[in-house]
Design a protein around this ligand. Structure first.
Ligand SMILES: C[S@@+](CC[C@H](N)C(=O)[O-])C[C@H]1O[C@@H](n2cnc3c(N)ncnc32)[C@H](O)[C@@H]1O
Length: 227
């Protein structure tokens, strides 16, 4: 994990580029009433939320509890409301068109294949008119960026898609990753930590390169101005 002073959450290099985009975008919702983090796990995204209320939905109650506990007493963060629920039935817990910004990150591809696109449709129904949806997804045959865009385009006035993570950035990350594919700093000497931090910054620069983005299989999708 890296503690990058420019990001509010410690994260590994492969997710640092995502957090750079996400953190920047979430600043724009400062002061909005309600943000919902769908499949929030341990609420890692919470420090990026600037809405007055943060609703954390996850099917795993224990993770949710850990997450809420982790940030207890942080009065610089939004009021956190945990909801233990299945993403596929989230409309039982949240009213349609009631949320200013709905977020779901690193999750859709974990759902059974046939549930992935219906889940995107369902999340869309939660966004209030004028509100936004931010999705981070990993492309699979059952969840393509094109299919997701086809769902979102008629519902939102603005749609922005940024692809990232391709063979080049993966190869680059493997230079600093351990055998398990993760980059950790725990047992490193100061000089190795410095090298890994510099290499991680290099990885984010690489991800920013638009040319490489064309072939990325991860996508950061931001849909604004719900009709
Ligand atoms: C890889 S984690 C992503 C967590 C977080 N969004 C992030 O970006 O770090 C996936 C989360 O999805 C949750 N999850 C999986 N299937 C779910 C479902 N059907 N309904 C709600 N949550 C689900 C898991 O419990 C887990 O916490």
């Amino acid at each position: 994990m890296i503690a990058n002073p420019r990001l509010p959450v410690p994260t590994r290099p492969s997710k640092a580029y995502f957090y750079e985009l996400f953190h920047r975008d979430m600043e724009q919702f400062a002061g909005a009433e309600v943000g919902a983090d769908i499949a929030a796990a341990t609420c890692k995204n919470l420090p990026c939320f600037r809405t007055k209320k943060y609703i954390a939905v996850d099917i795993d109650q224990q993770r949710l509890r850990q997450g809420i506990e982790k940030y207890r007493g942080r009065d610089d963060l939004p009021e956190a409301v945990p909801i233990c629920a299945d993403i596929r039935e989230v409309d039982r817990h949240l009213a349609p068109r009631s949320v200013d910004v709905v977020v779901s990150t690193h999750t859709l591809h974990h759902l059974p294949a046939s549930d992935r696109l219906p889940a995107v449709r369902l999340l869309t129904t939660l966004v209030r008119p004028g509100g936004s949806l931010i999705l981070q997804m990993c492309e699979t045959t059952d969840l393509t960026v094109r299919d997701v865009a086809a769902i979102l385009e008629p519902e939102f006035s603005d749609l922005r898609i940024r692809r990232y993570r391709n063979a080049v950035s993966r190869a680059y990350e493997s230079l600093i990753a351990g055998k398990d594919g993760q980059v950790t700093y725990r047992d490193d000497s100061a000089s190795v930590r410095r090298w890994k931090s510099a290499a991680s910054r290099g990885l984010r620069l690489l991800e920013r390169c638009r040319l490489l983005g064309w072939t990325g299989d991860h996508a950061y999708i931001r849909a604004d101005r719900r009709r």
